[in-house]
Ligand binder design. Sequence first.
Ligand SMILES: Cc1ncc(COP(=O)(O)O)c(C=O)c1O
Length: 370
Amino acid sequence: MEGEALSALCTPALVVDVDKVKRNAERMIKRCQNLGVQLRPHMKTHKTLECADIMTGGSRRCIVVSTLAEACFYADHGFDDILYAYSLPFDKVERCAALSERLDLFQVLLDHPHALEQLKKRPLRDGRLWHVWLKLDCGNGRAGVLHSEPEALRLAQAIAETEGVELTGVYAHCGNTYNCRGVEKIQAVAQETTDLTLQFMEKLKVVGITCKSSIGSTPSCSYPVKDMAQLSEVHPGNYAFYDVQQSVIGSCSLEDVAVRVLTRVIGHCPHRNQLLIDCGWCGLSLDGAGKLPTGYAVIEGHPNLKLLSMTQEHGRVEPISGLLDYSKYPLGSLLTLIPYHSCATAAMHPVYHVHSEGRLLGKWTPTRGW
Ligand SMILES: Cc1ncc(COP(=O)(O)O)c(C=O)c1O
């Protein structure tokens, strides 16, 4: 199919504009260089080798992953310096040990003394160390030990003092930037997370511990505050693709979004003033819960259309106002959906069709599972 137009694809199909991915990635690399902070891009959005190469500038080093399946996939393909940034799961310690013994630098993350106990029970061979990041919650309210709890400092000390284990760094993910609207609010959260993390690093220093620090998210790293330069690393991921959600937050413009789902009109339903399309939640996901004025996605070039609802393989589209002019949407014609959340949408697809200026270049195959 190489060289053919996107209209040659069977639908629903996830299409990736490689020029936009490269531009988004280059901008992030430059932004971090200018700031003077190490970029450790997250792979969770796309989970492919090709996009990882673009995001690491070809180095295949210094990445974050969200699953062990990703860690193994990247390790199998020559990547190294991999941080598995998910609070250490008890069932996966042995697989983490195998990766730690095989790679130059495999790093895990934890937020509970029980997890440290698991590592103690599984010393690494050949005098290798477990490289451990402490997950700190600086207001995101998901995983992590709360920055203000004395337990956070105690756990950091326990990690640093444990034989066979190294405290590599402190990791705070500012997912709370997703509640922001506009650059000013994004930067307020970025500043707060940076301040709290740096204050924690100071507390560590007082007890004689120095290690790395990392914060990040796509909103905060798209508009970083200058104090982020005092951190060792940042770890955004979604920016390779961006999505409608990021444009609503203010991280990017809709122009920057590199992915689309192509779908076809498969039914006219004048009695309901609706179109039926061949993209249901299996092709788009239900993320976003239809909160946009245009429903579950933005339908490119058709601002008056709303993706009202989806079942597994069908979508219902209706006009925001007025009656549909069905002559504009013949059966079999294509519509282009800009996803609300590209991580969720990409996760629904076994392959991504990559194009440049609408001409197909090939396919990227993501890894899946945990
Ligand atoms: C732990 C962790 N680190 C980094 C990221 C990357 O952030 P973003 O998706 O905003 O780029 C995520 C995203 O969910 C995450 O959960």
